[in-house]
Ligand binder design. Structure first.
Ligand code: FAD
Length: 279
């Protein structure tokens, strides 16, 4: 099948790009690796307080609302369709088929860094759902990391009755506001030895670990579009160094800390591509 545009990744950036392309009169196909559209927002059971004009919705509700909007305008979306590679021309390979497109949009976002740990019943990687699934009430929980998510999650674990210790290799980078919310939580600063096999940190036993080592970009194979920081380098129109391959949202070297900015980037890319295709 030949498409004008294939968008890879149905997070806020990819969904917004698809919604705009459809309404601008461009036929695009959106491919999502997982079984649900909405990207990182699907991990968040917390209220999203940060989208101007949108109130009273959790991240998961925001994800559902974006997916519904895409469906309502008739944007084509395939879930459970991970893109395995993109080759010249552009040939886009999923486990089911090889598709071709004149333009490709990489909207694959980012994923929590594992730090070499493996998710399990007592070890969660990244913020949101995996942390909420940990049994923490009355238990000793080690939060590994010193950024915003580490302190945010320390507060949530504490609120659920867990005894938290934060381990940060250096001076914590988290906003003071977030650090202040857990002033009574011990923060151990300096190199530490965390072992998943016996659930110890520096020899001290814990019931659960919350690994909060930040995020890294996810880029499909076959595209040489990453910069030195691992994120996709784009120009101000969202185009990568490969002509015809665009990128938007958290996968790019633009700093996209939230739904609104990632979605806006998807919109900008949609406008650029429609101009190229339709004049
Ligand atoms: C717990 C949590 C809470 C958050 N809370 C807020 C908040 O309150 N307010 C706010 O504004 N932001 C919040 N964020 C951040 C926000 O979710 C992100 O900024 C936003 O989702 C980034 O959008 P994106 O589309 O660039 O990437 P993502 O959301 O990461 O979406 C990328 C999508 O691409 C898919 N994908 C990856 N590789 C492939 C492939 N090879 N083939 C096909 N599909 C692929 C992924 O499965 C994913 O669905 C939160 C994030 C988390 C984790």
């Amino acid at each position: 099948m030949q498409y004008d545009v294939i968008i890879i990744g149905a997070g806020p950036a990819g969904l917004s790009c698809a919604i705009w392309l459809k309404q601008l009169g461009v036929e695009a196909l959106l491919l999502e690796a997982s079984g649900i559209a909405g990207g990182l927002q699907t991990r968040s059971p917390y209220e999203n307080l940060w989208i101007p004009g949108v109130q009273g919705k959790t991240g998961q509700q925001v994800a559902a609302s974006l997916a519904r909007h895409a469906a309502d305008v008739g944007a084509k979306l395939r879930i459970n369709a991970p893109v395995l590679s993109v080759a010249e021309g552009f040939a886009v390979t999923t486990p089911q088929e090889v598709l071709s497109a004149r333009f490709v949009v990489v909207a694959t976002g980012s994923t929590p860094r594992t730090g070499g740990f493996t998710p399990s019943v007592n070890l969660a990687i990244g913020p949101g759902e995996p942390m909420e699934a940990l049994d923490v009430a009355g238990r000793q929980v080690a939060i590994l990391g010193g950024g915003d998510n580490a302190f945010d999650q320390a507060k949530f674990v504490q609120d659920r009755g867990g005894q938290v210790t934060v381990f940060s290799r250096g001076e914590p980078r988290a906003q003071k506001l977030l650090q202040d919310r857990v002033r009574d939580v011990p923060v151990v600063i300096g190199p530490y030895d965390a072992r998943q096999d016996d659930m110890t940190v520096n020899g001290q036993g814990f019931d659960a670990f919350g690994v909060q080592y930040g995020f890294e970009a996810v880029v499909p194979a076959g595209l040489d579009i990453r910069g030195g920081d691992g994120y996709v380098t784009v120009d101000r129109f969202g185009e990568t160094r490969v002509p015809g391959v665009f990128a938007c949202g958290e996968v790019t070297d633009f700093w996209h800390p939230c739904v609104t900015t990632s979605a806006a980037h998807g919109v900008q890319v949609a406008k650029q591509i429609s101009k190229r295709l339709l004049g």
